[in-house]
Ligand binder design. Structure first.
Ligand SMILES: [Zn+2]
Length: 271
């Protein structure tokens, strides 16, 4: 993890110095990829509590400086279905539909210009993938259920199957999510992660004094990306723990049903 760790250090330093915290996160090196647009938008630029319609999401993307022809979002269900703008699920969709009417999926892939893919998270892990050679991108919503369902591996596989992107050439950015510091989690599920990722999954777990311990979901997301074939050095982690930074990040564990959502996006600008 290159810039990710640097970025975290910068944030920590800024905090100590009393400087305003960051409110959105981007991979500095990705600025050099022609026409790539991406970002993890925190509380100030994301979505408040309530319905998430495409119109509002589009306004946030425009406010972030983008002007895409199409902005896509899905109805996220903590599953592993991967959607693409080329899928029939998008045909006939009213672009101003409310969240309830959007097609169901937890990962989006695209190689189309002028299209922005978005996902919404409050503690779950937002992951953006870029395959520069294949000109393909993906946005993945990965909570613990999605990780167990294989949403990360399926997103990477879709980039390979649809656009010929070899996993070894894919770059990943893992955005702000709840940290192992704050995420209380039942021990009964740990075995399923060990089954999926081997003994390394235990490094994402810290036992507590009760049957509950703490889970580092971003560590699990990293293992999922490595399992899918990404080189460890191509995986970056950006931003702090959502639960500990109420001024800049939404957190479902902290705010419950009133939690808003972070908005993360990736896509290709028009040629
Ligand atoms: Zn924390």
């Amino acid at each position: 993890m290159r810039s990710g760790n640097d970025a975290r250090t910068d944030i920590a330093d800024a905090h100590v110095a009393g400087v305003a915290e960051e409110t959105s996160w981007r991979v500095p090196e990705w600025a050099a990829i022609p026409r790539l647009a991406h970002g993890f938008l925190g509380r100030a630029h994301g979505l408040g509590a309530g319905a998430f319609d495409l119109d509002l999401i589009r306004r946030r993307i425009v406010a972030a400086g983008e002007s895409p022809r199409v902005v896509l979002a899905t109805r996220q269900v903590h599953g592993a279905d991967v959607l693409s703008p080329e899928d029939p699920a998008w045909a006939g969709l009213d672009w101003h539909d409310s969240g309830e009417q959007l097609p169901v999926g937890d990962a989006l892939v695209s190689a189309s210009a002028d299209v922005i893919l978005t996902i919404r998270t409050a503690d779950c892990v937002p992951i953006l993938l870029v395959a520069p050679g294949a000109r393909a991108v993906a946005a993945v919503h990965a909570g613990w259920r999605g990780l167990l369902a294989g949403v990360v591996e399926r997103g990477v596989a879709a980039l390979a199957a649809r656009y010929g992107a070899q996993p070894a050439t894919i770059e990943a950015a893992i955005g702000p999510a709840i940290g192992g510091c704050c995420y209380e989690f039942g021990a009964e599920h740990l075995g399923r992660f060990v089954e999926r990722y081997g003994a390394r999954a235990e490094t994402a777990w810290r036992a507590g004094t009760t049957e509950r311990g703490h889970l580092d979901v971003r560590r699990l997301a990293t293992l999922a990306l490595e399992t899918a074939g990404l080189p460890p050095l191509s995986i970056r982690t950006l931003g702090p723990c959502t639960a500990e930074h109420p001024a800049v990040l939404h957190s479902y564990r902290r705010d419950g049903a009133n939690a808003g959502r972070q908005l993360s996006y990736v896509g290709w600008r028009a040629d």
